[in-house]
Design a protein around this ligand. Sequence first.
Ligand SMILES: Cc1cc2nc3c(=O)[nH]c(=O)nc-3n(C[C@H](O)[C@H](O)[C@H](O)COP(=O)(O)OP(=O)(O)OC[C@H]3O[C@@H](n4cnc5c(N)ncnc54)[C@H](O)[C@@H]3O)c2cc1C
Length: 485
Amino acid sequence: MTIESREQIIAQLRAAIGAPYVLARPEELMLYEYDASALDMDAPEIVAVPGSTADVAQVVRIAAAAGWPLVARGAGTGLSGGSVPAAGGVVVSLARLDQVLWIDPAARLARVQPGVVNVDLSTAAGPHGLHFAPDPSSQRSSTIGGNAAENAGGPHCLKYGVTSNHIVGATVVLADGSVAELSGAAADAPGYDLLGTFVGSEGTLGIATELLVRLTPNPEAIRTFLAIYDDLDAAADTVSAIIAAGIVPAALEMLEGLGVRLVEESVHAGYPTDARAVLLIEIDGLHEEIESQAEQIAVICREHGARELRAARDEAQRQKLWAGRKGALAACARLKPHYHIQDGVVPRSRLTEVLRFTEEVAQRYNLHVVNIFHAGDGNLHPLLVFDLREPGVRERAIAAGEEILRACVAAGGTISGEHGIGIEKRDYMRWIFSDDDIAAMLELRSAFDPHGIMNPCKQLPTGASCADIKQARGAARAMAQGAWI
Ligand SMILES: Cc1cc2nc3c(=O)[nH]c(=O)nc-3n(C[C@H](O)[C@H](O)[C@H](O)COP(=O)(O)OP(=O)(O)OC[C@H]3O[C@@H](n4cnc5c(N)ncnc54)[C@H](O)[C@@H]3O)c2cc1C
């Protein structure tokens, strides 16, 4: 990649989408070097901020003609390095595409641009008695485009399903700059499920510029409880017992010891700081149904050793309990400024065993671990907390995270529940897929993107090629850096 070609591409992009929307100064590019995972960083050569599908298509065509990589970026809250431009190139920020285009309350559908922030869609749908059900804990910042690309989960996905269950269609700019419509409102569209392939593809198959999404009716009634435990096994057993009783709570979240304290100290959500674990249990549905479920849950919690069961008295108290859970990652900064969060899944029956293992691993690597997670799904999020300024801590955190994920796989689980694979877990894909599986996935990817320009070095292991790109890029940047400033 020569400095001249970069200047030419900048000029072409500025002519295509407008000069203010093409960022190229080092201090502008710095903001796009990272996502919410602390361990991977890489700078783009250029950031384009297109304002329409046609703009996105132009940006893709210009980059593709030069053979430059493209990385779509929503809010950059991803936790596996997905929007980090590992091979440089052009970051395509979807920040200007932030409109809810229409809501059809009768069809319970909405058409949105990808840069709409998750919670803003529910706010827009609220007056119609509807909401967008997938609610990652980052819902106040992450975008619908990023949610679709990561197939995001969230506390309420236990009952309502992950993002893929709520995306009905997508307008996608493909790697050659053409625009494709994937599926649409009609149920059971004929042909291959390309939309299903696209959702969760982490920006490797194209860039979504519009999404047709399903909206969910607000429940008639909601009850939220905090179950408090002095014993970890008792809390984990309650999770299994609730599901075994045939109750599917809207959400079933667990916060464990240290996490409870950190959350309480920063959010003041009303969690008892001496608890070994708390469960945040929410049920929703028809009044009669949830009254009977609430009684069942109270019995199950008591029988399984809860020291106390508190019920949110009103919406304000409910919001407070949820503020604790949703502010948990940020609360960990009270302990140390950085974290490496894992996203393993285990069968619910193996929760306690793997939780204990996370503590043992953290101790061995001289790190803190905080466990705050979607217990109902068996989706563990051990947060290894540290200060990157400590020498060697980065390597220790990666090694500890790897041991934890291996334990999840050994327990019959897998390496990602919702945060995607990105750069972080790309090489771990070999633990769960054979060479043939990976070759088949690479073939599918190249059917969409034969020249490999869409978010390269992500999601699938690609042998030495990404290491080579990184080396070549390092050398090119070292040469060019003075010239860019
Ligand atoms: C505090 C916190 C809590 C979180 N809680 C959860 C949680 O409960 N559940 C969960 O699933 N995740 C959670 N996350 C992770 C993250 O918020 C999600 O993965 C989210 O979906 C990412 O959205 P984003 O807009 O920030 O996307 P980005 O981080 O910008 O991008 C993520 C990926 O999507 C691709 N992408 C973005 N937009 C598009 C597009 N329009 N077309 C194609 N590809 C695109 C990018 O290339 C990248 O690969 C959390 C993160 C934080 C920081």
